[in-house]
Design a protein around this ligand. Sequence first.
Ligand code: 13P
Length: 251
Amino acid sequence: MKRRQIVAGNWKMNKTYEEGRELAQSILNKFVPEETHVIICTPYIHLKSIHNLLKEVSRVALGAQNCHQEKSGAFTGETSPAMLKSVGVKYVIIGHSERRAYFSESDELLASKVDNALAHELRPIFCCGEDLAIRESGTHAQFVENQLKSSLFHLSESAFKNIVIAYEPIWAIGTGKTASPEQAQEMHAHIRQLIKQKYGSEVAESTSILYGGSCKPTNAKEIFGKPDVDGGLIGGASLKAEDFIQIVNSF
Ligand code: 13P
């Protein structure tokens, strides 16, 4: 099975309501190739209004950047998967390194978030990736393996088929320092091999694995050209429609 090529924008905590509508509209006004699946992961306040803009455009889907691990209840300030689904969300980023670092999200917590998202038919974009000290110590492959085993590999095969993985080395996020295409390929091949060992070749070959970390119009083509890189999760460059669409057109 040919896997999906995906470019997902992670707006993080950027764009006011009007700015968000403008950005989404200008992305929609531009050409998106048929074979590429585009996802826009916006702050919560934008979801409903951007869903209304996206409705007619089947190749652009809506994503959120987080969800809670419980179904509902007294969790002030939090948002549940059922709420996200009710405004047209299809994907949710889980385990972004910023949430792991600034909100102390552990592997165990992320496993519960993954379960809760799947129980509400949201597709997790599960992030993994090492920091600079781990990369320099040479233990990055083992580190990412542990992240996947702790938060994803409890899933059944049919549940795992709904997962998109994003490899985002922390040392490359927002730093302007991109992993080389070879470094990305090496880790993506490792991740695919781990999926193969756990779920078999068919699942491994059909899982989309995205690269994230200072991905830009100038380097996307080379990175996406690697055999195990199926697209990107884009931060800074997703905030400008021109740059984002150039990346979308980089396959
Ligand atoms: P940058 O593209 O800004 O480096 O961010 C990557 C990222 O964290 C996407 O989730």
